[in-house]
Design a protein around this ligand. Structure first.
Ligand SMILES: [Zn+2]
Length: 683
């Protein structure tokens, strides 16, 4: 995860949302995937008037009853079951028309209506929650689950869709491009998705298409495309190069890319969606150079995890964690071992910053709705895969991944299916491993109670006592032992609340460090993880003190707090020390300095300098339980300027801004637990 910017986290909040919206419509089972109905849709869209005209021929393998779901702004023009015209009768529930049909093999339905206006400046979160099919000359977005076509309730679907647009527009749907042509002032394209899918999404816009045909590592032909707005058309070849690299990486790692196309499509709204065979990203997002290096790979990997194998949402979502581990995390780990360790530490710090009562077992994660669900669903899950690879070894891990893909391609699969694949690949029973990391909430709190060494002839025997909260986790704990002759690493197996382990050494042990590279999922001790801003943002009972008395500053402080916190802080006028919990202090530079001095707290950190930028933000820990965040600004306007950027810097401990632009940031260093070795008298 890249904390140096805020777009990627912005993206992750939203991706796969289309599929999750569809979840309300279709909670599919592996069995129904075999007989998913076929849609044969043709639609005409005029983005200027936002008019949609469409018809669908829906066929089932055998006659069956079905309920169709369609958005209420559409008028049904005709409806027939097995060729017999029906009077459409619909009731509206949960924002969709429900049309109950008699048993039939074939349904014909035509409908029309006006789409919502695509608002270019609409906040992304609103785009998501609205989820309405929308159109305009800048772009058309008809997400699966929005009711733009008559979806069959409770099943996956297959489809062919023909799009008819004005000649200056291009459109697409996930799947294989069967044909496209320009004729008579119109553009037409036909797409087919023959695997059972979670719904149909359709996108259009004033696109310039760049195309490259590649033969992949697995030998298949894939058509790569960019559908870009004119202002970013020059970025196309860089994106096509990057896609080629990711397809190669994941084909070699997992198995053949499952589709015949992959497209990157620009959106006029600040959006990020991943779908089978395409990703839909905001123009401004696509301009950011690091998107190609991180988020694009994450989206491409979702063609295997999420859009190639579907998570069984009723029993948790493994796809984000596995994608996080094999994309974002893997890129950092491939750069350097330190890069991997830094990401793991960031996950553990985020976890330590989360209030314990917000925790949930990983199996309970379905989608990212707030900070806590991301910390568990993305990060704890990725750490599970990291620890699994440590436990069974990389060859068995990779074999498990390939086996899982082979056996569950285009099917719904659960955490149990993943476990089974890794068990067969490693020839080990992994029930206890998955049980403690998946089904159990929380994290082990592990500490070293003592380390003693005694001399045995020419050698030394070190005895380390480790303790953890009950019920104990079973795991292999990495220790680093410093000796008079240098340092060495050792892993020790631990499975009880208190356990002593013996380690032999050639030279005299001096100190022992617990898990120095953060290879275990565990709750960091307060001293081990100095505070980051996330801890403040996730706090359920924070207090806020607005120091400067003028109403403008007070109002700016209140407004910033409403953006920063998931739950509004309680405003106080006097801070009493000491107290546990989170306190945010907002004020002008001189007021903040005076307050720190009056309270006997450390002054403004040297890392931020005296007057760097228009605003500075930093955290302090007082004792083990009190966390203070300070927001120090030149004026009220500089406080307001933080509203947009600041919530995206949760992994940082200190920051400086010039207006809304970040100019300085950093994390107070972590200090892994160390105990000094006591030498016992020689026997
Ligand atoms: Zn994802």
């Amino acid at each position: 995860m890249k904390s140096s910017n805020w777009w990627p986290s912005f993206l992750r909040r939203s991706e796969r949302a289309a599929a999750l919206l569809a979840l309300a419509v279709a909670l599919a089972t592996a069995a129904s995937a075999e007989t998913a109905p076929w849609h044969e849709i043709s639609l005409t869209i005029d983005p200027r008037t936002r008019a949609l005209e469409a018809r669908d021929t829906l066929s089932f393998d055998s006659a069956r009853k079905a309920t169709l779901l369609l958005a209420p702004q559409f008028q049904i023009k005709s409806l027939a079951a097995d060729g017999r015209a029906l009077e459409p009768r619909a009731e509206t529930a949960a924002g969709l028309m429900r049309i109950e049909l008699p048993a039939a093999r074939r349904i014909d339905l035509s409908w029309s209506g006006t789409l919502a206006a695509l608002e270019r400046n609409v906040e992304h979160v609103q785009t998501l929650s609205a989820g309405a099919p929308a159109s305009g000359p800048e772009g058309t977005f008809l997400p699966a689950g929005s009711g733009w076509y008559p979806a069959v309730e409770g099943t996956l679907e297959r489809y062919r869709v023909e799009i008819d647009l004005p000649a200056d527009q291009r459109g697409l749907a996930p799947g294989r491009l069967l044909e496209e042509r320009e004729a008579g002032e119109r553009y037409r394209a036909r797409f087919e998705f023959s695997h059972p899918s979670e719904g149909i999404t359709l996108i259009a816009g004033p696109y310039r298409i760049e195309e490259r045909q590649v033969r992949t590592a697995a030998g298949s032909e894939v058509r790569l495309r960019t559908y870009f707005h004119a202002e970013i058309a020059a970025l196309a070849s860089g994106y096509l190069d990057a896609i080629t690299g990711y397809l190669d990486l994941y084909e070699r790692w997992i198995g053949a890319y499952p589709f015949s196309e992959f497209s990157v499509v620009s959106s006029p709204t600040p959006t990020g969606f991943g779908m089978p065979s395409l990703t839909y990203l905001g123009i401004e997002v696509l301009r950011l150079p690091f998107i190609r290096a991180t988020s694009l790979g994450h989206e491409i990997l979702h063609n295997w995890w999420g859009n190639g194998v579907y998570p069984d949402f009723s029993r948790g979502n493994w796809a984000e964690g596995l994608t996080n581990f094999m994309a974002d995390y893997a890129y950092r780990e491939r750069e350097s071992a330190q890069g991997g360790a830094a990401v793991r530490l960031a996950w553990l710090r985020d976890y330590a910053a989360m209030p314990e009562k917000d925790d949930l077992p990983l199996v309970g994660f379905v989608s990212r709705r707030h900070g806590a669900s991301q910390i568990v669903g993305y990060n704890k899950a990725a750490m599970l895969f990291f620890m699994l690879r440590e436990a069974i070894g990389e060859p068995a891990f990779d074999e498990g991944v390939r086996r899982f893909w082979r056996e569950h391609r285009f099917r719904v699969a659960s955490w149990d299916d993943l476990r089974a694949a890794f068990e067969r690949a490693s020839d080990r029973d992994l029930a206890a491993f998955f049980d403690q990391w998946l089904d159990r909430p929380g994290a082990p709190e592990l500490r070293m109670e003592a380390a003693r060494a005694e001399r045995l002839g020419a050698r030394w025997r070190l005895r380390v006592t480790l303790a953890q909260r009950a019920p104990a986790y079973a795991f292999s704990v990495p220790l680093a032992i410093s000796t008079t002759g240098g340092q060495f690493a050792r892993r020790v197996e631990v499975s009880r609340v208190r356990e002593s382990v013996e380690i032999d050494s050639d030279s005299e042990p001096i100190a022992v460090t617990l898990d120095p590279e953060h290879r275990l999922f565990r709750r960091l001790a307060p001293a081990e993880a100095p505070p980051i801003l996330r801890e403040v943002m996730l706090s359920a009972d924070a207090e806020m003190l607005a120091l400067s008395p003028d109403p403008g500053t007070q109002q700016a402080a209140r407004s910033l707090a409403s953006k920063l916190f998931e739950r509004a802080p309680r405003e106080i006028t006097v801070a009493l020390q000491p107290r546990a919990g989170v306190l945010v202090v907002v004020g002008l530079h001189s007021d903040i300095d005076a307050w720190l001095s009056r309270m006997g707290l450390p002054p403004r950190p040297a890392a931020l300098g005296a007057e760097r930028g228009s605003a500075q933000v930093w955290t302090q820990r007082v004792g083990n339980t009190r966390t203070i965040a300070l927001v120090s600004a030149r004026d009220a306007q500089s406080i307001s300027a933080l509203e947009r950027p600041l919530p995206h810097y949760g992994q940082q401990s200190y920051l400086a801004f010039d207006g809304a632009r970040n100019i300085e940031r950093g994390i107070w260093p972590a200090r892994p637990p160390v105990v000094n070795v006591t030498a016992l008298p020689a026997r």
